[in-house]
Design a protein around this ligand. Structure first.
Ligand SMILES: C[S@@+](CC[C@H](N)C(=O)[O-])C[C@H]1O[C@@H](n2cnc3c(N)ncnc32)[C@H](O)[C@@H]1O
Length: 279
C-alpha cells in the first residue's frame, strides 16, 4: 500500500472540501488522481445533483493548474431514482460553485440531450455519466456524447455495482452494469466495486501515457484495494459529519405539473436575463 501511495500523489494528498451525499464520494481519490494526471481542458459531468462529485472534479482541476473548464449538466428537477427536487437544491449548488470555483465551474441547466449541442465534436477530455441509470438512459448518454470526446478522452460511469443485495428492489431498474459489460471490451478499461461501482473507459486513441498507466494499474486487486480504502476514509468522514440528506418527494405522477412549468419558466427567464446582461 505504501508503494502505491507514492505512485498516486493526487489521491494521497488532496482532501475533498464538499461532501453532501454518500453515494459517490468513495471515488473521489481516483477522480483526483485521474484529473491530476490527465489535466483535462474540458470536463463534463452528466448528473451533478448536490455537487459532491462535481466539486471534487473542480478542486482537482484547480490543483493541477490546467485551466480546466468543468461543466455540470443537470435539470435539477430529479429523476425516477432520486425523486423530485425543489428549487432550493439548485440555489445551494450554484451558490457554492459561484463562491468556491468561479473560474472553473459552469452549471448547465439543461436536459443532457439538449446540452450536447453546446459542445464541439472532439472537445471533451473527461466525461462523467451519472444521470438516470436505466440501461436505455446510460446507452443514450454514452452514444450521444461519444462524438464529443477528444483523442485524450476518458469516460466514467457511476453505479456499475448496484445490486439487489446493496440497494434492494430499485436495483432492478439499473442497467449501468449491463451497458458497461457490453461496451468495455472495445477500450482500455478498469472498474471499482466500492461505493456502488465506477467504470472507467479510455475512449480516446491518443490518451496520455500516465492515464493509461493508471487505468492499467487499477486492473490489479492491490490498486483497487488502495482506492477502496482511501475512498472509505472519505465515506467515514461523511458518515461522522452529521450532514443531513434532503428528502425528495416521489418523481412522476406526484410531481405537480405547475412546479415543472414554474421551473421551466424560471429557466427561460434566467436565460433571457443572462442574454440581456451580455448584450
Ligand atoms: C445520481 S444524481 C447525480 C449525483 C452526483 N453526481 C453526486 O455526486 O452527488 C443524478 C442527477 O441526474 C439528473 N438527471 C437525470 N437525468 C437527466 C437528464 N436527462 N437531463 C438532465 N439531468 C438529468 C437528476 O436531476 C439528478 O440530479
Amino acid at each position: 500500500m505504501n508503494d502505491i501511495r507514492e505512485s498516486v500523489p493526487w489521491a494521497a494528498r488532496l482532501e475533498p472540501k464538499l461532501l453532501k451525499s454518500p453515494w459517490w464520494i468513495g471515488h473521489i481519490p481516483f477522480a483526483f488522481e485521474l484529473i491530476g494526471r490527465q489535466r483535462p481542458r474540458i470536463l463534463v459531468e452528466l448528473g451533478t445533483y448536490s455537487g459532491s462529485s462535481f466539486a471534487a472534479f473542480c478542486q482537482a482541476a484547480e490543483a493541477c493548474g490546467a485551466g480546466t473548464k468543468c461543466y455540470g449538466v443537470d435539470l435539477w428537477e430529479g429523476d425516477m431514482h432520486m425523486g423530485s427536487f425543489d428549487e432550493g437544491l439548485f440555489r445551494e449548488v450554484s451558490g457554492y460553485m459561484a463562491a468556491n470555483h468561479p473560474q472553473t465551474a459552469v452549471l448547465v441547466r439543461k436536459d443532457f440531450n439538449a446540452a450536447v449541442g453546446d459542445f464541439a465534436d472532439g472537445s471533451v477530455d473527461f466525461l462523467h455519466i451519472d444521470g438516470t441509470h436505466t440501461y436505455e438512459a446510460v446507452r443514450n448518454d454514452f452514444t450521444t456524447w461519444l462524438p464529443k470526446m477528444s483523442e485524450r478522452g476518458v469516460v466514467l460511469f457511476h453505479d456499475v455495482n448496484v445490486t439487489v443485495e446493496n440497494v434492494g428492489e430499485p436495483a432492478r431498474h439499473f442497467g449501468v452494469r449491463r451497458f458497461f459489460d457490453e461496451t468495455k471490451a472495445a477500450y482500455p478499461h478498469a472498474e471499482f466495486d466500492h461505493c456502488y461501482g465506477l467504470g472507467v473507459l479510455v475512449v480516446g486513441r491518443g490518451a496520455d501515457p500516465e492515464v493509461l498507466a493508471l487505468v492499467e494499474s487499477c486492473r490489479t486487486q492491490a490498486w483497487r484495494d488502495y482506492f477502496a480504502a482511501r475512498g472509505g476514509e472519505i465515506s467515514t468522514r461523511f458518515a461522522n459529519s452529521g450532514v443531513k440528506l434532503p428528502v425528495h418527494s416521489a418523481y412522476g405522477a406526484a410531481v405537480p405539473l405547475w412546479r415543472r412549468a414554474a421551473n421551466k419558466a424560471r429557466r427561460i427567464l434566467r436565460r433571457a436575463l443572462d442574454s440581456a446582461r451580455a448584450a
